[in-house]
Ligand binder design. Structure first.
Ligand code: G4P
Length: 526
């Protein structure tokens, strides 16, 4: 099959949800449809359980699971579908942001009772900024929840999305009868526990048909008629083009645990979701159809076994064909590398691949050569955009508590930073190291993993900081001036870039006013 045919088959997406909305359950049902797994329960939830014995042990458990669930691929109706896992926990939001750079579309899962929750708002904001096509799945219709119209309003106001329902519930909770598919023009009757089969689906092109009344009852049928009438007059007609531009989001209703409404979601997804999309680099736009291979690393996963220090770097193929054992150019390190054992992921199984195409995710064994955001190409210098580090909000000094293990500590810290666990800043005035994170769990993770994997010990000391922002200026004199005048507030990140450590919002504002020629950046990409 040609590269063009291969890439046309691919659909790479992520599921975004607040913890507990049903992401794992939905993923599992999708994999069941694709035949990638045979039984329920095969996909382990990677969420951090609230009442875990200790947070970092829970993270280790989760880390073990997340290698297997990072990418789950399956075939369905002639398409190759790649699902990329996104952690729902807020402390791992950065991981999720980075993973979202590697997808071409997103399914947002919302709990019918809880509506739009905080974590979803943040993640969808990132998708919206990039105009990522979004499908919304409202889950748990077998339970009492919010009114369907109110939910659509919530999605529009809180997520800033324009919606159009492609399925509509008949009742809810105890009175849940099923959904009417505006996309396929049929009625699908609900039966709990995934027993739905073709006998429960009725073609109803005209809602006035009496078949509707006989299947759901007169009162319910009339309510449905009224509601569909409102939908048709209030919401825009679905257009694939608008969906692909991120201008409109189709909405589906269902119950993942009952495997209800999932097939309709998947069938529509397969019809409308985009094939691999172009990617923006600092140099130019890279199109998937280009002959030459290029790709970037969006995630690095350390080996769980301390005896094997190698890691898996996850590469998104952006153009051309990636081939096993072919020499590729590592842009940052300016050297060529070959990969004898690149792996692909089919549900929980890994296997060595000879070739991969745009949209595919390949796992590369790495002995410390990669950082998140690195590019590989056939020689061209490309820097893929959209993989920033965010200005962290929690800070601690890190102290070495075992001077005999200084080397191990530094190496461990460097490698954990490459993985994107946190950010490390070294102060210009005294060389002290400060770790900055987005969530507090990361501090436990770092301490625990340094001990387990590198035999190094550290403790933390509080440091009073409000924000760390990258600074730059077109005028080298202005930059020099801020560095010398504010020496105690200046640090360098692991790429040797200058960072301003602001103690408070006020100090930051003052620094901005006093140094008008200096730009302060809140993400590392500027
Ligand atoms: P997450 O990955 O988004 O965090 O959510 P997950 O799929 O783990 O689902 C969270 C809980 O919601 C699970 O229950 C799951 O069974 C339940 N759930 C998912 N879909 C539906 C649905 O359509 N209807 C109802 N009623 N429940 C649903 P749990 O008790 O936390 O876990 P478990 O013991 O059932 O696995």
């Amino acid at each position: 099959m040609s590269q063009l045919e291969e890439l046309k088959k691919r659909k790479t997406f992520g599921i975004v949800a607040h913890p507990d909305a049903g992401k794992t359950t939905l993923t599992e049902k999708l994999l069941l449809f694709g035949g990638a797994i045979q039984e329920a329960g095969a996909v382990k939830s990677n969420k951090i359980r609230k009442h875990a014995t200790s947070d970092f042990m829970e993270i280790e458990r989760q880390r073990g699971i997340s290698v297997a669930t990072s990418v789950m691929a399956f075939d369905y109706r002639g398409k190759k579908i790649n699902i990329l896992d996104t952690p729902g926990h807020k402390d791992f939001a950065e991981d999720t942001y980075r993973t979202l750079t590697a997808v071409d579309s997103v399914i947002v899962v919302i709990d019918v009772a809880k509506g739009v929750e905080e974590q979803t708002e943040k993640l969808v904001e990132v998708c919206r900024m990039r105009n990522t096509p979004i499908i919304v799945f409202i889950n748990k219709l077998d339970r009492e929840g919010k009114d369907a119209f109110d939910l659509l309003d919530e999605v529009e106001t809180k997520l800033g999305l324009h919606v159009t329902p492609l399925s509509w519930p008949v009742g809810m909770g105890q009175r849940f009868k099923g959904v009417y598919s505006l996309y396929e023009k049929n009625l699908i009757l609900f039966s709990p526990h995934g027993k739905q089969d073709d006998e429960d689906i009725f073609k109803i092109s005209d809602l006035d048909e009496s078949l509707l009344d006989s299947k759901v009852g007169h009162a319910e049928a009339d309510t449905l008629r009224d509601e569909i009438h409102t939908i048709v007059s209030v919401y825009p007609e679905f257009s694939r083009e608008d969906y692909l531009n991120g201008a409109i989001c189709p909405v589906f209703f269902g119950s993942a645990v009952n495997n209800f409404g999932v097939r309709e979601l998947l069938d529509c997804f397969v019809d409308i979701a985009p094939q691999p999309l172009p990617r923006v680099t600092e140099e130019r736009i890279v199109k998937p159809v280009e002959e030459k291979f290029s790709g970037f690393i969006f995630k690095i996963h350390a080996n769980m076994d301390p005896k094997h220090r190698d890691r898996i770097a996850f590469l998104r193929v952006c153009s051309g064909t990636f081939e096993r054992n072919k020499s590729y150019y590592h842009v940052r390190q300016e050297k060529n590398m070959k990969f004898p054992n690149p792996t692909a992921f089919m549900a929980a199984k890994k296997s060595v691949v000879d070739e991969a195409y745009p949209g595919d995710i390949v796992g590369l064994y790495d002995s410390g050569n990669f950082k998140i955001g690195d590019s590989l190409s056939e020689g061209e210098v490309l820097h893929f955009k959209g993989i920033p580090s965010f200005s962290p909000e929690l800070f601690r000094f890190v102290n070495n508590t075992d001077p005999m293990k200084t080397k191990q500590l530094n190496k461990g810290l460097d490698q954990l930073m490459d993985e994107g666990v946190a950010q490390l800043f070294t102060k210009e005035d005294n060389g002290r190291k400060i770790i900055g994170t987005v969530g507090s769990l990361q501090f436990d993770v770092i301490q625990y993993r340094l001990k387990q994997e590198y035999g190094a010990s550290c403790d933390y000391e509080p440091v009073h900081l409000y924000k760390a922002c990258w600074i730059s200026s077109k005028n080298p004199v202005a930059l020099k001036e801020i560095v010398s005048r504010r020496k105690k507030d200046i640090a360098r990140d692991t790429d040797d870039r200058l960072v301003f450590l602001a103690e408070s919002a006020w100090t930051l504002q003052m620094a901005q006013e006093n140094h008008p020629e200096v730009e302060f950046h809140f993400t590392s990409e500027f």
